[in-house]
Write a new protein. Sequence first.
Length: 338
Amino acid sequence: MKLTKKLAIAALGSVLIAGSGMAQEMKFFRIGTGGAGGTYFPIGGIIAQAISNPPGSGKTCEQGGSCGVPGLVAIAQSTNASAHNVTAVNSGQMEAGLTGAATLYFAYHGKGKFEGKAKPKLRVIAKLFPEDMHLVMKKGMKLNGLGALKGQRVGIAQAGSGTQIAVEMILDQHGVNRDNMDEAELNNSQSAERIADGHLDAYFYAAGTPVAAMIQLDNTKGMELYSFSEKEVSMVGEILPYYAHSSIPAGTYAGVGYDVNTVAVNGILVTSIDQDEEMVYEITKALWNKNTRKLLDNGHAKGKVIREETALDGIKGLDVPLHPGAAKYYKEAGIMLN
């Protein structure tokens, strides 16, 4: 959040300094992220800062100034996350967005909840980081399998989010649905607050660890994390092939002193085929600039795993094209799809 605020202030200052003549050269680039308590929002803020280079910003990249795209002002916008972002990018309401790989697959190909509503304009810029599925429970709660969520008060993430799409499919495998649980459509921060207040028993959220809202919950009221059985992990893979086995190590959250078995999906930065090829090339180049490496390493714990050498991992299996501008950069960099 701090990074995004700094970006907004810097962009405004640059506009005032540049004057009306330079302002004509400015290009705005909106990046859909997620809720403020998750991982998409801070990561999106870092990316926005890295690729921005407003008119009149002063020093060149070589002189220690911005290494972003000249004239570009990128803005990270808080949204309902994956499903919202792919819809907004496809329709031109946003220039780019972060999404989970499963949501991207279903949206581009018009499958699952996107049946009859395919988003064919979506294009990939880069794979970013793995998002672990958290099933957060109130302190001291034990759960004998996902089927035991029947009759419980369960947060299933906000409407339109990729997490909610996945969660409903996962729970359906275990006979749990909106008819036999008391579901709540809330974002991560709201869900954590409801757990703390005793108004929820558990909630799902997929995000890169550690998650800010969960850190706060863990440090105040305490929490438990559900560990998926091997059978449950396998069942998830049957219906969501872009989720893979993962784990949240003990101590990731101070009060959770045990390893958590779970599943994860890759978070991906996408744009639209309608975006200019040269601009997306320059954005991709700026994303992997050595100065951006410093921002990622210092800006968020998950930023450390966002790396150029893994930017195309798993993309081929999604059968969603790279944007031509991104493809141009990766070809020049010698990075191939795998």
